[in-house]
Design a binder for this molecule. Structure first.
Ligand code: FAD
Length: 365
């Protein structure tokens, strides 16, 4: 296993994948890895959003890489936001799981009022997207960026026993969850869309497979059920192994040559500042509540930075930002095109689910 290698692009000729181009971060040099089969398993894209639950690597690389290689990318507008993520200055965006609400915790606005029963019959146990929108509405109405998850009415012994990790993490920030309500806010959590695959993990490029959060076999629809993604990785990872065995039986060896066009002149811009700007924009305009005008603003931003694709980059961090731009644009474009609301995609200007939109949006280069 090569830990410090960052995959930059796929080696594709005539819609067949022959390996990857990677960047060795230690040696600061490019390396080519040839392979009869390539499996993308690069995870999600939560890091495109300022507030997210995801690990640092979740920058949508695999989706951008596959798209550039000519693979089909599907359902990019469907992103799941988690309603209850720790929202304390200086603290990480630590996820406070549904189990806490399952145990009987209440959501309260900054005025201490429990609000979920006003939004849904299931109150705090309503689907994630509904709880997220209710929280955002309460925040807007109360002019605050905080709501609270309140466990203080529950038996403290049970709370500590059931949620030792949450108890410990909050305690590190001087919160005793048995007496203090936990400040929470929604954050980007899971990508339902991604590199389109069939039910055995094949993408539209021969020899290229994808599984896990980077992939989109369509099994999570527009709104994944909690806890199904690890299952997805297990099922499709296994199926890919089976499928590639068959693929390799009739494999005809070929060794095309590749030229690297990444060695272009760098743009000389501040990529860290651009990344920050992108993360804020994604949260504001392409987040859990979207509008046509906001999405158009987001697309203007992506159009403006489009010229960067005629320039090279100087390190893996810059490559990551370019991937984020490419993927963010697809999310915004799909969200603008889908003039309805469905699952994780909500448009204030088209709040209803429309039967005629029971279809996928697919990007192909
Ligand atoms: C806080 C949290 C809680 C969750 N809880 C649950 C749960 O309870 N149940 C559930 O089913 N799901 C849960 N999920 C979702 C689930 O964890 C993820 O969907 C899943 O881990 C994704 O796995 P993956 O293998 O696709 O990607 P990852 O586990 O993210 O792995 C991606 C790998 O690809 C590498 N990579 C990325 N880009 C590149 C590149 N350019 N070059 C080389 N390598 C690269 C990364 O370094 C990483 O090793 C949770 C997610 C979060 C964030």
């Amino acid at each position: 296993m090569l830990e410090i290698h960052y995959v930059v692009d796929l080696l594709v000729r005539e819609n067949t994948c022959y390996g990857v181009l990677a960047y060795d971060r230690d040696r600061r040099s490019f390396r080519v890895f040839r392979g009869k089969v390539v499996v993308l398993a690069t995870g999600g894209l939560g890091r495109l959003f300022e507030h997210n639950t995801n690990p640092e690597i979740a920058t949508g690389d695999g989706i951008a890489i596959a798209f550039r290689a000519g693979a089909e990318v599907m359902d990019m507008e469907f992103i799941q936001f988690h309603p209850t993520v720790l929202n304390l200055p200086g603290a990480p965006r630590f996820l406070i799981s549904e189990a806490v609400r399952g145990e009987g915790a209440y959501l309260r606005n900054c005025q201490g009022q429990r609000f979920m029963p006003r939004y849904h019959d299931l109150a705090e146990l309503a689907p994630r997207d509904i709880v997220v929108r209710a929280i955002l509405k309460e925040m807007a109405v109360t002019n605050s960026n905080i709501v609270y998850l309140d466990l203080t009415h529950l038996d403290p012994v049970v709370v500590r026993l059931r949620f030792p990790n949450i108890t410990k993490t909050c305690a590190a920030y001087k919160l005793d969850i048995t007496v203090d309500p936990i400040p929470v806010a929604p954050a980007a959590h899971y990508m339902m869309g991604g590199v389109k695959t069939n039910l055995v993990g094949e993408t539209s490029v021969r020899g290229l497979y994808a599984c896990g959060e980077v992939s989109c076999p369509g099994v999570h629809g527009a709104n994944r059920l909690a806890s199904n993604s690890l299952l997805d990785g297990l099922v499709f990872g296994g199926r890919i192994v089976e499928e590639t065995r068959k693929f390799l039986k009739d494999y005809q060896p070929r060794r095309p040559e590749f030229a690297c066009d990444w060695l272009l002149e760098p743009a000389g811009i501040d990529y860290a500042a651009l990344r920050k700007e992108l993360e804020v924009l994604m949260g504001d305009k392409v987040g859990p509540v979207r509008s046509g005008s906001g999405l158009k603003e987001a697309l203007k931003f992506f159009d403006h930075w489009g010229y960067l694709f005629r320039h090279g980059v100087e390190d893996a961090g810059q490559m990551e930002v370019k991937n984020m731009l490419q993927v963010g644009e697809m999310v915004a474009e799909a969200a603008l095109a889908r003039r309805e609301s469905r699952g994780g995609h909500y448009r204030v200007d088209y709040p209803d689910t429309r039967r005629r939109w029971q279809k996928h949006i697919i990007f192909r280069r």
